[in-house]
Design a protein around this ligand. Structure first.
Ligand code: SF4
Ligand code: SF4
Length: 96
């Protein structure tokens, strides 16, 4: 049963709505390669969960609400995002 402490305010909402973070059901997640990202914000535009925010030179990725749909990976024009399995070691991918 959910308690008030389990509820979080969703990202990027002018009028915040209460929502829960992604549960353990997510099988894959995106990994950002900072060397390829040019801060174009295409991922921000397409992500249905508002996981991306603009940074100084690259986007930042908050996976709290990510459901592993892979849309950001498919839409990134610079192949800066890769889907990896949950629990896998993704350090190598960010060095491509
Ligand atoms: S779409 Fe790709 S290159 Fe553009 S900001 Fe997102 S991760 Fe970076
Ligand atoms: S996998 Fe889907 S939910 Fe997760 S960051 Fe990419 S577009 Fe957003």
């Amino acid at each position: 049963m959910l308690t008030e402490g389990d509820l979080r305010k969703g990202p990027n909402l002018a009028t915040p709505l209460l929502s829960t973070t992604t549960g353990s059901w997510r099988l894959v997640r995106p990994v950002l390669n900072p060397k390829r990202c040019n801060n174009c914000l295409t991922c921000w535009l397409f992500c249905p969960e508002g996981c991306f925010t603009r940074g100084e030179s690259i986007v930042s990725l908050n996976l709290d609400f990510c459901k592993g749909c892979g849309i950001c990976v498919a839409e990134c024009p610079r192949e800066a995002l890769t889907l990896v399995e949950e629990g896998s070691n993704d350090a190598r991918l960010s060095e491509r």
